[in-house]
Design a protein around this ligand. Structure first.
Ligand SMILES: Cc1cc2nc3c(=O)[nH]c(=O)nc-3n(C[C@H](O)[C@H](O)[C@H](O)COP(=O)(O)O)c2cc1C
Ligand SMILES: O=C(O)C(=O)c1ccccc1
Length: 394
């Protein structure tokens, strides 16, 4: 990873079409987002940035973190901080992991391979989307033998395609399947409808090139629709239920199973009963059902329902080290970032993703030091409270 004292300043990517972006080195995740908006086409940026419908949940994912207050402890030696931890028995350098986001080559030509390279160099866990613009084998190669990698699975109507995908992920060394359970239909993203979202012609869905489903383009000519919604509707199985999770366990070999998209105590308890290895609290980056609560708000009820019986992860709206700290303190074993990685890619490919990972890592280290913690397991429940708790004491 770049040493900040010697790293070249200014984006490495061609900024000739976005002169406002030239020479601008973002200092936080929000600035990376603004930079990406200058660099990317409207079709791509809107697809990445959007939430569903009125985007109430999109704002909530952020706002809820900002309603939480930290209770720092003092006079503890914080000269040495260790951010390493483990997920499902695999050691990782930091609890900040990479969430699956589809079609990363729209952000930078090196796409998913750049993400895998940056993750491997940082010792971070990467989850690859089923709908990547690079094949899962090529991404595994780019990450190298030491990289920690999970594969995100959508279950297709065609179970043979699903099974082949699972077998390929196992053969390529992915150690867990993150089964996405919040997307029986694609959420309504109005910017994509207006833009008639399309995967650019030169890109394909890398995992399906030989299966005849390689290109997400609009099927409703002249209609007001996102090409993606129609594509997804034609392929994803809406009948998915717990029996399918059982079936997946029979075909996934040594890979662990994580359910991605749990938002209630009831489903967390059921997930444990069904024997999953991990629960991923997520509202899909607020892109599916709008007006659900923020993920950080439902984390406590999920933690209580699970009562230590499996690992719990969280994603949604994380853009500061203090957000990571809050999720850990409230019981998440690790967190995942989606859009920030895309903004890093848009900035400068692998280097940009490395910069975003380093930025958040450095912010987390500082959050730990300033709360009096020397390791991630020291972030405790008593260090986070809701802002209103102070008013009630007046
Ligand atoms: C552009 C984009 C594409 C996504 N694609 C997928 C996907 O293919 N599979 C999946 O399970 N989740 C997908 N997600 C959801 C992310 O895995 C994750 O839950 C979410 O982005 C986390 O929120 P954040 O972006 O605020 O960090 C996508 C999210 C975005 C923003
Ligand atoms: O856009 C998404 O959020 C997403 O998860 C997805 C689903 C299917 C195909 C491409 C992306």
């Amino acid at each position: 990873m770049n040493d900040p004292m010697t790293a070249p300043v200014g984006p490495a990517q061609d900024t000739s079409k976005a002169p406002e972006a030239a020479g601008w080195e973002p200092v936080n995740v929000r600035e990376f987002e603004r930079h990406a908006q200058l660099m990317l086409s409207k079709n791509a940026f809107d697809y990445y940035a959007s939430g569903a419908n009125d985007m109430v949940t999109l704002r909530e994912n952020r706002a809820a973190f900002n309603r939480l207050r930290l209770r720092p402890r003092i006079l503890r030696d914080v000269s040495m901080v260790d951010t390493s931890t483990s997920v499902l028995g695999q050691k990782i350098s930091s609890p900040i992991c990479i969430a699956p986001t589809a079609m990363q080559r729209m952000a930078h030509d090196s796409g998913e391979c750049a993400t895998a390279g940056a993750a491997a160099k940082a010792g971070a866990l990467m989850t690859l989307s089923s709908w990547s613009t690079t094949s899962l084998e090529d991404v595994a190669k780019a990450g190298g033998p030491g990289g920690a990698r999970w594969f995100q699975l959508y279950v297709y109507k065609d179970r043979k395609i699903t099974e082949q995908l699972v077998k390929r992920a196992l053969a390529a060394g992915y150690t867990a399947l993150a089964v996405t359970v919040d997307t029986p239909v694609l959420g309504r993203r109005e910017a994509d409808m207006r833009n008639r979202f399309k995967l650019p012609e030169h890109l394909t869905m890398g995992n399906f090139v030989s299966a005849g489903g390689a290109h997400a383009s609009g099927t409703k000519d002249g209609g007001n629709d996102s090409g993606l919604a129609a594509y997804v509707a034609s392929l994803i199985d809406r009948t998915l239920d717990w029996n399918d999770i059982k079936w997946l366990r029979t075909i996934c070999g040594s890979m662990k199973i994580v359910v991605k998209g749990v938002m209630t105590a009831e489903d967390a308890a059921e997930s444990v009963r069904q024997g999953v290895d991990g629960i991923w609290v997520s509202n899909h980056g607020a892109r599916q059902l709008d007006t659900t609560p923020a993920t950080i708000e439902v984390l406590p009820e999920v933690v209580a329902a699970v009562s230590g019986r499996c690992e719990i992860y969280l994603d949604g709206g994380i853009c500061r080290g203090t957000d990571v700290f809050k999720a850990l303190a409230l019981g998440a074993k690790a967190v995942f970032i989606g859009r920030p990685v895309l903004w890093g890619l848009a900035h400068s490919g692998e280097e940009g993703v490395s910069k975003v990972l380093k930025l958040l890592h450095d912010e987390l280290v500082m959050a730990l030091q300033l709360t009096g913690c020397t390791r991630v397991s020291s972030a405790s429940r008593s260090m986070v409270t809701h802002q209103t708790s102070y008013y009630s004491k007046l």
